[in-house]
Design a protein around this ligand. Structure first.
Ligand SMILES: Cc1cc2nc3c(=O)[nH]c(=O)nc-3n(C[C@H](O)[C@H](O)[C@H](O)COP(=O)(O)OP(=O)(O)OC[C@H]3O[C@@H](n4cnc5c(N)ncnc54)[C@H](O)[C@@H]3O)c2cc1C
Length: 446
């Protein structure tokens, strides 16, 4: 036992054997804690940040939520099932807090999702669209681009637009707040400002001892059942229980830049042009045909004067991290700012809007982090016990990558079901559970 845990043990607390401790109050931990509460379990959610988050992979007000995914149907299911789960959450809060009005629009902004890509993906795109319930249209040539959307498509570039209800953007900050409210309504505990410093399994008691710091005091939390949803910190904190996660779940830095169109220029746009600018976000643009040229971009919020603040980042511009705790402070390099500005200006040109590069003003920029598995498919699974069987008392959610937000409620549901043994008949539920689950974890490790 480490000296720190020895010290902490002196203040050991009673164990509530019915309680499940959830480590990490980002989207995954909060969604899992809610799903467990909904199924009648007592939860204790532990989060190191104060109630107003300033970092974490779930930090911010906007992520793209979409049904269509060219590669794999599991992403489509994760999103659509999450929409249903959010509706359920909103209904629950509405019933329990009649004085506050909760609506889906607090969480989702329905807006066409625009995909720009090379025409060589056309067949794959059509095949995926046949399998997935997506309302869409698509321009596949410069002429169709002009006629359908009044945009300037280069040769060999297509534009697809998805129009499903609740496709567009999801607001992680608002969703986490609602999840915490709902957990408390069910009698669960949400503890902010509580940092987990270490974790140990005690074979004699069959309990997990967490050494935590709260209000500069060292404390111990003891539990039989544990969920780990620590985002990029999964590998380092779970090392004593699951050392393999440290190499399996790889934290990556992703930079984000925020711009606005010079307000003087924005005000000269006609109402139709302003509407067009707003409706052609969010966008996923891979039309350069290179991974380095691909970007995602969306309107994060509107400033007090009504100017849209456009966020842009690139999932393929990500990089390894030396110091996880320091990465949030890392400033953007000039080349990252230039890439962000050029990509934004290029998109304005594609939209045929009278906005030049010099009309686009830098507002903010920062580094953030998410974590990836090698296949970029997340893990929602029990950890591996000594005899390579699933340990039913510890479930991890990790490697949620750059598409975790839209499926958060489904990941949480699957994680909760691993404790509660709740099952569903829907075949896609099983496909997704398998893709994320224990057999896959074993394969990745051995
Ligand atoms: C730049 C960027 C763009 C993205 N774009 C999209 C998108 O367009 N669409 C989409 O669907 N998804 C997107 N994602 C992905 C999505 O946001 C993430 O997959 C998701 O937020 C991951 O949530 P999480 O709960 O796993 O991690 P986190 O949010 O990091 O949660 C982990 C929590 O654990 C807490 N914690 C860590 N260590 C400790 C400790 N020692 N003690 C106590 N608490 C601790 C942290 O403070 C944090 O709150 C994007 C992510 C990023 C970073």
């Amino acid at each position: 036992m480490t000296p720190f845990l020895l010290l902490a043990c002196q203040e050991s607390s009673e164990v509530d054997s019915d309680e499940i401790v959830v480590m990490g109050g980002g989207l995954m931990g909060s969604a899992t804690a809610w799903q467990l509460s909904k199924q009648g379990y007592q939860v204790r959610l532990i989060e190191k940040q104060d109630s107003i988050y300033t970092q974490g992979s779930s930090f911010g007000e906007a992520r793209i939520a979409r049904s269509n995914n060219r590669g794999n149907d599991i992403w489509s299911y994760l999103h659509n099932r999450s929409v249903r789960e959010v509706q359920d959450l909103v209904d629950f809060l509405d019933e329990n807090e009649p004085e506050a009005k909760h609506v889906m629009e607090d969480i989702y902004t329905t807006s066409p999702v625009t995909y720009v890509g090379r025409t060589r993906i056309h067949d794959r795109l059509l095949a995926s669209l046949e399998r997935q319930a997506v309302k869409y249209d698509m321009a596949t040539s410069p002429l169709e681009g002009k006629e359908m959307y009044n945009v300037e498509l280069p040769d060999s570039v297509l534009m697809q637009r998805e129009y499903n209800l609740h496709s567009g953007m999801i607001n992680p900050q608002a969703l986490i707040q609602k999840l915490h409210q709902a957990i408390r309504n069910k009698g669960g505990r949400v503890e902010y400002g509580t940092k987990i410093r270490g974790i140990e399994y005690n074979a004699e008691t069959d309990l997990y001892d967490l050494a935590v710091v709260k209000d500069q005091q060292e404390q111990q939390i003891r539990t039989r059942k544990l969920v780990s949803a620590l985002g990029p910190y999964t590998g380092s904190i779970l090392k004593p229980l699951a050392p393999y996660l440290d190499t399996l779940i790889n934290p990556q830095r992703v930079f984000l830049a925020f711009f606005r169109v010079d307000p003087k220029v924005y005000q000269t746009l006609s109402p139709e042009q302003q509407k067009k600018l707003q409706e052609f976000y969010p966008v996923i643009n891979s039309s350069k045909g290179t991974r380095a040229g691909s970007f995602f971009s969306m309107i994060e919020y509107f400033d007090p004067e009504g100017n849209p603040i456009i966020k842009i980042g690139g999932h393929f511009q990500r990089s390894d991290i030396d110091e996880l705790d320091q990465v949030w402070q890392k400033e953007l390099k000039q080349e990252e700012l230039d890439w962000s500005l050029n990509s934004t200006a290029g998109y304005m040109q594609m939209l045929s809007l009278p906005i030049k590069r010099e009309d686009i003003q830098f507002v903010d920029g920062y580094s953030c982090v998410y974590s990836l598995t090698a296949s970029e498919v997340p893990i929602v699974s029990p950890i591996i016990a000594d005899n390579r069987s699933p340990n039913p008392n510890v479930v991890i959610l990790g490697g949620m990558s750059g598409v975790g937000a839209k499926g958060a409620m489904t990941y949480g549901l699957i994680a909760a079901d691993l404790f509660t043994q709740r099952e569903e008949r829907d075949s896609m539920y099983w496909v997704v559970k398998e893709a994320l689950g224990f057999a896959r974890l074993l394969e990745d490790v051995y």
